[in-house]
Design a protein around this ligand. Structure first.
Ligand code: SF4
Ligand code: SF4
Length: 135
């Protein structure tokens, strides 16, 4: 009997305590979730720095990267997010820091082809490279 009262007391204490604590969950997707800075989300490619050395392709364990030469010292990349395992090896390997790993994680698509993200080389220096999803 004494044991039962003790357990009820602890339960009541836990219930009352939780009324005044900040919730551990958020109302996602109505509330934006900010990932920790070291989270490995979508790899991004900055074409203006790429030399086309292809080391990232060699080291990608998922064969998710394609680098295409589209002009003199101009390379564009496609990264297949359907294959990518978000290991960040490409960012680690690239000697020019062309690829960085963002914290973007809302990457779902209804069509598989749209998981292929193409990063076009910039048309003129100073402008941001355009990013588009494949077909
Ligand atoms: S390793 Fe870096 S510089 Fe080399 S092809 Fe890949 S992104 Fe370009
Ligand atoms: S994060 Fe890993 S799997 Fe994804 S493209 Fe880079 S090396 Fe390949």
């Amino acid at each position: 009997m004494k044991e039962r009262h003790h357990r009820l007391g602890s339960m009541l204490e836990a219930v009352l305590g939780s009324l005044f604590r900040k919730p551990a969950t958020i109302r996602y997707p109505f509330e934006k979730f900010v990932m920790p800075k070291d989270f490995r989300g979508q790899p991004k490619f900055h074409s203006e720095k790429c030399t086309g050395c292809r080391l990232c392709i060699r080291d990608c364990p998922a064969q998710a990267i394609t680098i295409t030469k589209i002009g003199e010292k101009k390379f564009e990349a496609s990264i297949d997010l359907g294959r990518c395992v978000y290991c960040a090896q490409c960012a680690e390997t690239c000697p020019r820091k062309v690829i960085d790993i963002s914290t973007d994680f809302e990457l779902a698509q209804l069509e598989r082809g749209k998981l292929k993200v193409v990063f076009h080389a910039e048309a003129a220096s100073g402008s941001c490279p355009e990013e588009s999803t494949g077909d």
